[in-house]
Design a protein around this ligand. Structure first.
Ligand code: XUL
Ligand code: CO
Length: 402
C-alpha cells in the first residue's frame, strides 16, 4: 500500500500559507512567515516541515523554490538562497529518510509574472523564468527528486484583445523544449510533468486539461518527454471527472502523477480540500490498480486547511484523514479488480471488436466503401444491448465498504 500510494506532503500550503483569502489575512500560526523571509525564517520553516513529515510518517514531500528559500531580489541571490536551503533540505532528508516526489519553480507569485512566465510578452521575464527553472531543476536533481513539475501558473490570458495566442504558445513550446534538453544535459532521470488547469488565476490557462496538454505536446514534439500531473480539483474545474483525466492520460501514454486535493461540488474555484470520500476515488484508483501503481508519480496533497483550522493538530488530522481515504479507496479498488465483474462487463460489451468483423475494421483492412458494401450485403440489423451502467455503479458501491 505504501508503495502504491506514495503519499507526499506539500511544503507550500502546509507551511508557507498563513490562511489568507481574498477577504482577509492569515489566521494560522506560522511564525516563520513574513513579507521578506530571512534565512533564519526559512530554516525555522524547514525545521517545522520536516518535524511534521517525520511525525506523520510520510515518505515524500514536494516543494516550490521560493516557498522554501529566503527572499531574493536578484537572480544571483536567488541561486545562492536556493542553494542554502537545498543544503538544509538535503540534511533533513538524510536524517529522516523522507524523499522528494517533485520540485517545482513558482513562476506565478511575484508581480513580474503577472503577464505569465513562459508566455510573458516580455522576453526578460521569460529569461527570469528560465533561470528559476534551471536552478530548481538542478536542485531537484541533486536532491534525488523523482519528478519535476511545471504548473503553468499564469500561462494563459485574461483577455484575447491584448494577447497573441499563437506567439505565446510557440514561446511556451520552446520553453518546455529547453527544459527537456537541460534535463538530459544534467542527467536528470526523473519525469517532467505538466499540471493541467483550465483557469484561475487567468481566465484561460493554456494547459486547460489533459487533452489540451496532449495536443500541445504533439505540436511541439514533446509527447515522449513530458507527462501530466493531474489534480482532482483542476479536473472538476474543467468540467471533467478526475477519472476521465486519468483515463485520457493513460490512453495518450502521458500519465505521470496526481495532486489528490479536491474541490467543493458547489464552488467554482480551487478550494484545495483534503480528500474524504473514498468511494468517489475508486474509479480512479482502479486505473492505478490496473497499472500496478505509479511509475515515478505519487499522491501529493496539494491541499489547504480551512482558515478556521487553527490548531497544530488540524494539519495532522487533515493529512491522516486524507491518507486513510486513499487507503480505503485502494482496498475497494483491489476488491473490484479481484471480483472481476466490472472487467467482464467491459470485455463483453466490446466482444464484437475481438471477432472477425471488429478485427478487420480496427486493423484498417476495410475502406469506407468496402465496409458499407459488407454491411449492406450481410444485412446487418444490430439489436440494442444494455450498457449495464447501474450494475457497474453498484459494483463500485458494493465494494466501497472500508
Ligand atoms: C495550483 C497548483 C499548484 C501546483 C504546483 O492550483 O495546483 O500548487 O501544484 O505549482
Ligand atoms: Co497542484
Amino acid at each position: 500500500m505504501e508503495d502504491w500510494l506514495k503519499v507526499a506532503v506539500c511544503y507550500w500550503h502546509s507551511f508557507n500559507w498563513p490562511g489568507t483569502d481574498i477577504f482577509g489575512g492569515g489566521t494560522l500560526n506560522r511564525p516563520w512567515l513574513g513579507a521578506t523571509v530571512t534565512q533564519a525564517m526559512a530554516d525555522a520553516k524547514l525545521d517545522a516541515a520536516f518535524d511534521f513529515f517525520a511525525r506523520l510518517g510520510v515518505r515524500y514531500f514536494c516543494f516550490h523554490d521560493v516557498d522554501a528559500m529566503a527572499t531574493a531580489a536578484t537572480l544571483k541571490e536567488h541561486d545562492q538562497n536556493l542553494r542554502k536551503i537545498e543544503a538544509g533540505i538535503a540534511a533533513k532528508m538524510a536524517a529522516t529518510g523522507v524523499k522528494l516526489l517533485w520540485g517545482t519553480a513558482n513562476l506565478f507569485s511575484h508581480p513580474r509574472y503577472a503577464g505569465g512566465a513562459a508566455t510573458s510578452p516580455d522576453p526578460e521575464v521569460y529569461a527570469w523564468a528560465a533561470a528559476q527553472v534551471r536552478c530548481c531543476l538542478e536542485a531537484t536533481h541533486r536532491l534525488g527528486g523523482e519528478n519535476y513539475v511545471l504548473w503553468g501558473g499564469r500561462e494563459g490570458y485574461d483577455s484575447l484583445l491584448n494577447t497573441d495566442l499563437k506567439r505565446e504558445l510557440d514561446h511556451y513550446g520552446r520553453f518546455l523544449s529547453m527544459v527537456v534538453e537541460h534535463k538530459h544535459r544534467i542527467g536528470f532521470k526523473g519525469t517532467i510533468l505538466i499540471e493541467p488547469k483550465p483557469f484561475e488565476p487567468t481566465k484561460h490557462q493554456y494547459d486547460h486539461d489533459v487533452a489540451a496538454v496532449f495536443a500541445f505536446l504533439q505540436r511541439y514534439d514533446l509527447t515522449k518527454e513530458v507527462k501530466v500531473n493531474i489534480e482532482v480539483n483542476h479536473a472538476t474545474l474543467a468540467g471533467l471527472d478526475f477519472e476521465h483525466e486519468i483515463a485520457a492520460a493513460r490512453a495518450f501514454g502521458i500519465f505521470g502523477s496526481i495532486d489528490i486535493n479536491r474541490g467543493d461540488p458547489r464552488n467554482g474555484w480551487d478550494t484545495d480540500q483534503f480528500p474524504n470520500n473514498a468511494q468517489e476515488l475508486v474509479p480512479s484508483m482502479l486505473q492505478l490498480v490496473e497499472d500496478q501503481g505509479f511509475v515515478t508519480g505519487g499522491f501529493n496533497f496539494d491541499a489547504k486547511l480551512r482558515r478556521q483550522s487553527v490548531d497544530p493538530v488540524d494539519l495532522y488530522l487533515a493529512h491522516i484523514g486524507g491518507i486513510d481515504t486513499l487507503a480505503r479507496a485502494l482496498l475497494a479498488a483491489v476488491d473490484v479488480a479481484a471480483d472481476g465483474g466490472l472487467a467482464r462487463l467491459k470485455r463483453e460489451r466490446y466482444q464484437g471488436w475481438d471477432d472477425e468483423l471488429g478485427l478487420r475494421i480496427a486493423g484498417g483492412a476495410l475502406t469506407l466503401a468496402a465496409l458499407a458494401d459488407l454491411a449492406t450485403e450481410r444485412g446487418f440489423d444490430p439489436v440494442p444491448r444494455s450498457g449495464r451502467q447501474e450494475l457497474a455503479e453498484s459494483m463500485i458501491a458494493r465494494h466501497s465498504k472500508y
